[in-house]
Design a protein around this ligand. Structure first.
Ligand SMILES: [Zn+2]
Length: 387
């Protein structure tokens, strides 16, 4: 638990060495080029009653109320530290000023003991917190900290659940990044990046899609000018080499196509340990597994909305083009023998070459490149097998 949110940091030196590796604090610091600090404290609670007591007697609100009461009574938590930000609607941004609402809390339900009585039954997580609204978790003089139960500017949290047995660290990490992402972006899901909906860990791309990073606006980006012939160098997406904030040497290149379409180009060299682009199931077991040069390269994303509202169609362009996909039975993925996934193989070339993912949004296996077809698995090899 203590690896998740870190309060301690190096206040000098490189941003990628500020927080403990593999923590969420390190993750957001690296993803933002050193701009975004996510810190915090963790507490472990063992509930006072049986699972069925909450399910049958006091329900979800009673479950959360006990958590809030016990956290509120914990005098080692300095609640005023956890309300630092508020929304400035006029400026359309967040400002460093209290709004009397807890900034953010993640509740991790380690395991479902029986029937899921929480929200979004069967899903590995959700936002917002739901449950009691405006619960006063701390009051001292004029200082009040409340919990907002909606996904709005006052919203105070997200929930992660052990829907596949007790939560492990990596699964918790992947779900938390996704659920918190619903505050950064919106309620919908996409075909690339952390806002995919592939069952709880962002197997698609832990390091966010180019579009997601661009949308957050925390990296150096540059828009290509077609009116002149110019070379455009881009440095590694980690931002570790090349001078910071150099407009001539960006991490993200934006290439306009029409007034509503553009490409985003990024250079992924796997310099950061978070930059571990992998397809398939390996990352569910160990997202930091060493995979050598696999996944390194230039990545091209295509967005065909105006780039303001998440999610429009945002897909990744594959070098081997568009295909029709066909079903070849079911197989056990690496991460569980209790579950199966459909095996998809490239079948034929589409008759009409249109931009994927075609007229349907998700999992349209006609006329799609591999990444835009949703989760797919071709014939491969279990990573635990030796040659
Ligand atoms: Zn989601």
């Amino acid at each position: 638990m203590n690896k998740f949110l870190v309060d301690e940091r190096n206040r000098t030196g490189d941003f990628w060495n500020r927080y403990k590796d593999s923590s969420l604090s390190d993750y957001y610091q690296e993803l933002s080029n050193g701009n975004f600090h996510v810190t915090g404290e963790t507490r472990h609670l063992k509930m006072n009653h049986t699972w069925n007591y909450y399910k049958d007697t006091v329900y979800y609100n009673g479950f959360l109320t006990e958590i809030y009461q016990r956290l509120g009574a914990d005098t080692t938590i300095h609640w005023e530290k956890f309300d630092l930000w508020s929304r400035n609607d006029a400026g359309d941004n967040y400002v460093f000023a209290k709004d009397k609402y807890l900034d953010m809390m993640g509740i991790f339900i380690r395991d479902l003991v029986g029937v899921d009585f929480t929200i979004a039954t069967g899903n590995p997580g959700y936002v917002p917190l739901f449950g009691p609204n405006d619960y006063v978790i701390h009051a001292s003089g004029i200082d009040t900290v409340k919990i907002g139960n909606d996904r709005d500017k006052y919203g105070s949290g997200f929930v992660v659940k052990g829907t596949q047995g007790p939560l492990g660290f990596y699964r918790s990490l992947g779900i938390a990044i996704h659920e918190y992402g619903h505050y950064l972006f919106a309620g919908g899901h996409s075909t690339s990046g952390i806002m995919t909906s592939n069952g709880g860990i962002s197997i698609n791309d832990l390091y966010m899609s180019g579009y997601e990073k661009y949308k957050l606006g925390l990296l150096d980006s540059l828009t290509v000018n077609f009116n002149q012939s110019t070379s455009y160098p881009i440095r590694d997406i980690s931002g570790r080499n090349g001078s910071s904030q150099s407009p001539d040497f960006p991490q993200i290149l934006r290439v306009p196509i029409t007034s509503t379409d553009y490409f985003i180009i990024e250079n992924r060299r796997k310099i950061s340990s978070w930059d571990v682009y992998m397809l398939g199931d390996t990352s569910r077991i160990d997202p930091f597994r060493q995979t050598g040069d696999y996944g390194k390269g230039i990545y091209i994303y295509h967005s065909n909305n105006i780039g303001i509202d998440y999610t429009g169609n945002v897909d990744m362009e594959c070098a081997d083009g568009l295909w029709n996909w066909s079903n070849y039975g079911y197989e056990n993925p690496d991460w569980t023998n209790a579950d199966t996934v459909q095996v998809k193989l490239r079948y034929s070339l589409p008759a009409i070459i249109n931009n994927d993912p075609g007229t349907l949004y998700f999992n349209n296996y006609a006329n799609a490149d591999g990444i835009s077809a949703g989760p797919w698995f071709s014939i491969g090899k279990n990573m635990l097998q030796s040659d």
